[in-house]
Design a protein around this ligand. Structure first.
Ligand SMILES: [Zn+2]
Length: 359
């Protein structure tokens, strides 16, 4: 019996040692199987060996003692697994706990692109004058981009040097051929087709020219055009409208001047200059000639004119009854002046260091 007690002690010590080493769920399962598997677990083997080795008359006592030891071992195993589970769930709660003293994640705020910002400001000026906004497709037909705007068939602007045509359309009649619009003027035609006078619209949008990119040129840029058609609209309405718009954009001290120009879709046509916003129209600053206006005191900014009566013929307006004016300006040009940007490419490079200055 003393040998049995010694063996039982060793057995319990062994199971406690192993129980203390259980670290994970899979280790726990392995541990339980090793000891308690019905077929060849350690307990089953001990039970068989000890009972077999016992002398015949001691078998009853040995059996009783073996059962006691088995219960103790089983309890040790069950306790060990339970503790393991409690510890695991406690540590996962620790991991989920929110530490409100940690610094937050800083998410940089986005901002309007300077071109969109300038475009929206310009549109806002004309909205306040009662103009509505119209938009049109960037892929246009030759008809809307040129023909209906009174461009003669051999006008230089149709030259492939300036216009990006969609390839493989030689089989189509000229007026149906597709191109990337070179100005937003087709939107004016589309507007007059669906709307009877009075018309007051601005057409902001992206346009394309076959120009190599450099500091002052970009194959993609933006325009805002305006159109007003009604009875008795005169050139003085045009002058008053644009003078007001330039003062809204660049400040009330800015002066405007108009001088003759040519566009196929307006007659008469004019270019508009504003007094130089860098030198106040004086032509010199900081003791030298002003670079921005080349010492002239004036900066050329946009084109305009009275809508050519020929254009009304394309949209079923009666040129004897209505008159109107149109104007167009480059958004990049205005943004460059307004923000003192020296390279048009900066608007299209997507460099955050440049863009975030406008946030
Ligand atoms: Zn100047």
């Amino acid at each position: 019996m003393a040998a049995l007690e010694k063996a039982a002690e060793n057995l319990l010590a062994a199971v406690r040692r192993e129980a203390a080493e259980v670290r994970s769920e899979s280790q726990g399962k392995e541990f339980r199987d090793r000891w308690m598997a019905r077929k060849n677990g350690i307990l089953t083997q001990v039970n068989d060996l000890w009972l077999k080795a016992a002398p015949k008359d001691a078998k009853r006592d040995v059996g009783q003692r073996v059962n006691e030891v088995k219960t103790q071992v089983e309890q040790t195993i069950v306790d060990a697994l339970e503790n393991k589970q409690k510890a695991a769930s406690a540590s996962s709660k620790d991991a989920e706990r929110l530490d409100i003293t940690l610094p937050g994640i800083r998410r940089p705020l986005g901002a309007e692109h300077p071109i969109i910002k300038t475009m929206n400001e310009m549109v806002g000026v004309f909205r306040n004058l009662g103009y509505s906004v119209e938009e049109g497709p960037e892929i246009e037909t030759d008809y809307y981009n040129f023909e209906a705007l009174n461009f003669p068939p051999n006008h230089p602007a149709r030259d492939t040097q300036d216009t990006l045509f969609i390839a493989n359309q030689e089989s189509k009649p000229l007026r149906d051929r597709l191109l990337l619009r070179t100005h937003t003027s087709p939107v004016q035609i589309r507007t007059m087709e669906k709307m009877k006078p009075p018309v007051r619209v601005v057409c902001p949008g992206k346009v394309h020219r076959n120009d190599a990119p450099d500091a002052t040129h970009s194959p993609i840029f933006h325009q805002i055009e305006g159109l007003a058609v009604d009875t008795n609209i005169t050139f003085s309405d045009l002058k008053g409208t644009l003078d007001h718009a330039m003062k809204e954009m660049f400040g009330s001290s800015v002066k405007t001047r108009f001088y003759p120009s040519f566009f196929p879709f307006t007659e008469p046509s004019a270019d508009v200059q504003i007094s130089c916003i860098f030198c106040g129209g004086r032509g010199y600053r900081d003791g030298g000639p002003c670079r921005n206006c080349k010492a002239s005191g004036w900066i050329e900014l946009l084109g305009c004119g009275m809508v050519d009566p020929n254009v009304y013929g394309f949209v079923d307006y009666d040129p004897k009854k209505v008159s109107g004016f149109a104007f167009g300006m480059g958004v990049e040009r205005i943004a460059i002046l307004k923000y003192g940007v020296d390279d048009i490419q900066l608007f299209f490079n997507g460099d955050v260091r440049f863009l975030e200055q406008f946030a």
